[in-house]
Write a new protein. Structure first.
Length: 292
């Protein structure tokens, strides 16, 4: 056997083996769940909470926490978290919305916390729509805000594309998980291998509510330019909020982030009479001649 053919076969075997491993191990690489015993009791200082369990049509149980504000509720934020741990730890971020008198509902995806069931992109999307429908039984959609953090940004975008919430807020979103993965495995046939493509950019096209994207300029996992690109998908409804120096996991430590949240959820969109602005004024392409 020629040496070059031997090397080619070895390379092909390695490529195929790596592809198979990527397909079967991606759940372990993508999801970092913290599992909680069914009798675990949640506790947060100075937080009024209710625990809820929702059974799905395939027998899975989706566990969630409802954080209640001290004052009269203005609405509810469905907070879709990232890919790690459980709502036990994520619950500490609910204060960013309860302080504005919004209820906050956080749920654990399948296999996280107390939630059960076999995980898949289709199953999670279906679960979250069931959760959204349950929320609608208690309030109107113009009082529902969808907040997606990192992994949750894709699911939040999908929900917003299928419903009519008041707002969609995306925190450190990705263009698609296929794009994110491609940065680390550029030569793999990811369009075939990835079980969770989560094409955020496709879903944003169909969102009809205001879209607010928050991203840090120092995000090493999902670069800031990703949100710049996403902001152009549905530009008339999208506003990009930049946290200067913010990383992927520390936006909550920036004062500017909390000011953004305040402005997003408390301000009312205003129509501008563009006829009174300079929107139609164009700069001349020719330089002005100096007068003598």
């Amino acid at each position: 056997m020629p040496y070059w053919l031997y090397i080619l076969i070895i390379a092909l075997v390695i490529y195929v083996t790596t592809s198979i491993a990527l397909y079967y191990l991606q759940d372990y690489m993508l999801f970092k769940p913290e599992k909680l015993h069914k009798d675990f009791e949640f506790h947060y200082e100075n937080q009024n909470i209710e625990e809820h369990n929702l059974e799905t049509r395939d027998g899975a149980v989706i566990n969630g926490l409802l954080f209640k504000p001290k004052g009269p509720s203005k609405g509810i934020v469905l907070y879709l978290k990232g890919n790690s741990k459980s709502i036990k730890g994520w619950g500490k971020f609910a204060v960013d919305f309860t302080r504005h008198n919004y209820n906050v509902l956080m749920v654990d995806y399948r296999g996280f916390g107390k939630s059960t069931g076999k995980r898949s992109q289709k199953a999670i999307k279906r679960d979250l729509q069931v959760v959204y429908n349950k929320i609608k039984e208690h309030t109107t959609e113009d009082r529902i805000i969808l907040y997606g953090r990192s992994l949750g940004s894709g699911f939040a975008s999908k929900l917003a594309s299928m419903n009519q919430p008041k707002l969609l807020i995306l925190d450190a979103p990705y263009y698609s998980l296929t794009k994110v993965t491609k940065r680390y495995a550029p030569f793999m046939p990811l369009s075939i291998l990835i079980k969770y493509p989560l094409p955020t950019y496709k879903w944003l096209k169909y969102v009809q509510c205001p879209i607010h994207i928050i991203h840090g300029t120092n995000d090493k996992l999902i670069p800031y330019k990703t949100s710049v690109k996403l902001s152009k998908v549905n530009p008339k409804l999208t506003k990009l909020h930049t946290v200067i120096g913010g990383g992927h996991k520390n936006l909550n430590t920036f004062e500017s982030y909390h000011k953004m949240i305040h402005e997003i959820i408390n301000s009312k969109p205003q129509d501008i009479d563009l006829s009174t602005t300079s929107i139609h004024v164009k700069h001349s392409s020719k330089p002005d001649k100096a007068k003598t």
